[in-house]
Design a protein around this ligand. Structure first.
Ligand SMILES: NC(=O)c1ccc[n+]([C@@H]2O[C@H](COP(=O)([O-])OP(=O)(O)OC[C@H]3O[C@@H](n4cnc5c(N)ncnc54)[C@H](O)[C@@H]3O)[C@@H](O)[C@H]2O)c1
Ligand SMILES: [Zn+2]
Length: 361
């Protein structure tokens, strides 16, 4: 049997394990049984992920004696909406799910967010398990309990903090991920290196080629390091009152870029990569980040195949306005996460004029 390692997100009564390894999807039944799951389980997934992994997960759950219901919602960010949520509720009600029944989110961040929110709200909350299959979901969205859906007016406008009972991360799933999605997920891993872990950052610098070639041991190492950092931040500030926003390094510019380009041109990680270059550059100008660290950050982003420049068709004034409407602005000032070299961060508040001047420089 493949080795498995386990991290814990320590949140008192809401603590939960993150199991990481290779070959874990076919063992999901056992792992979920050990977590104390009731007899009825609803697996929420989408058609692409279902074609690849539903058979293994469903088979494993059935072999472990669970009554399994599969709920396949349409694919894509545009379906992280009320329609998919309603579809999940309808099935859970039709199948007579009760408070002892559990939900399993099998897929990327879209599935994790919508299935998590369904679990958070159905019967005022039933337990759920994250089984993330994209790199972004494995290192970011499956840990920390942010769940929700989009509204036509904006992303993630409706949601809840609701922690899963268990996270099962099988790095084997990353082998079928389109390269562009893998690389986009890598942006978040680079982010963890910059904000908290010089060792992880060094590993990426040194062994990026092997990561991109899907070396399982390395993937496991970078995913585990990322989850450990995310867990540590969430343990300190579960509901993002303050410190959790350290995870937004590169995201002020990134979110605004995504919105401005209609969520079509850039994947989230790509927008964040550009945002990280901006944040690191501003950090250097503020005298916080030394030139060598700045060069290293830009180099690893570029070497990953991620974009580093704000697209030429983006108007800087609109970009700054986009940052103002983001959830993180207060009284016209924007909280920016800057870096002191690699591994340490600092918050600074900037007015819109100051940001505009920085981006134009
Ligand atoms: N809750 C949080 O804390 C949090 C954090 C970051 C992002 N998010 C959310 O996550 C979403 C983005 O997640 P994502 O980047 O995982 O995108 P995604 O869920 O849309 O997945 C990307 C694509 O990859 C496919 N896919 C998934 N796993 C696959 C696999 N193993 N092999 C082949 N194809 C696979 C999916 O079907 C989809 O087409 C956004 O909605 C974002 O708001 C949430
Ligand atoms: Zn992100």
């Amino acid at each position: 049997m493949d080795a498995m390692r386990t991290l814990t997100v320590n949140l008192g009564a809401r603590s939960y394990p993150i199991h990481l390894g290779e070959g874990l999807l076919p063992r999901a039944g056992d792992l979920i049984r050990q977590a104390g799951c009731g007899e009825k389980v609803g697996i929420v997934t989408n058609p692409s992920v279902a074609a690849l992994y539903l058979g293994a997960v469903e088979g494993s759950l059935r072999r472990s004696g669970f009554h399994v219901v599969t709920i396949v919602v349409p694919e894509g960010e545009e379906h992280k909406n009320l329609g998919s949520l309603a579809m999940i509720y309808d099935r859970l009600i039709a199948e007579r799910f009760d408070r002892g029944s559990w939900v399993v989110a099998l897929g990327g961040g879209v599935i994790g967010d919508v299935a998590g929110f369904a679990a958070a709200t159905f019967l005022r909350g039933i337990p759920y398990i994250q089984v993330p299959t994209t790199l972004l979901a494995q290192v970011d969205s499956s840990v920390g309990g942010k769940t929700g859906i989009n509204h036509l007016e904006g992303k993630n406008l409706i949601g809840a903090f609701y922690q899963p009972r268990l996270v099962i991360i099988d790095v084997d799933a990353l082998c079928t991920l389109p390269k562009r999605e893998l690389v986009a997920g890598l942006a978040e891993v680079i982010k963890y290196g910059v904000i908290a872990d010089p060792r992880l950052f060094g590993l990426l610098e040194e062994k990026l080629d092997r990561v991109l070639a899907l070396d399982r041991k390395l993937l496991l190492e970078i995913v585990a390091a990322s989850c450990a950092i995310k867990a540590g931040v969430v343990e300190q500030d579960e509901r993002e009152d303050d410190y959790r926003s350290v995870l937004n390094f590169g995201h002020s510019v990134g979110h605004a870029l995504e919105a401005l380009t209609g969520y079509a041109e850039l994947l989230h990680g790509e927008a964040v990569a550009i945002g990280m270059v901006q944040a690191a550059t501003i950090s250097a100008r503020q005298g916080l980040c030394d030139e060598k660290s700045l060069r290293r950050i830009c180099a690893v982003i570029e070497k990953s195949g991620l974009p580093t420049e704000i697209p030429v068709n983006v108007d800087l004034k609109e970009l700054v306005r986009g940052m103002e409407v983001d959830k993180k602005s207060v009284g016209g000032k924007i909280k920016f996460v800057l870096c002191r070299g690699i591994g340490v961060t600092e918050f600074r508040w900037f007015s819109l004029e100051e940001i505009a001047a920085q981006l134009a420089a």
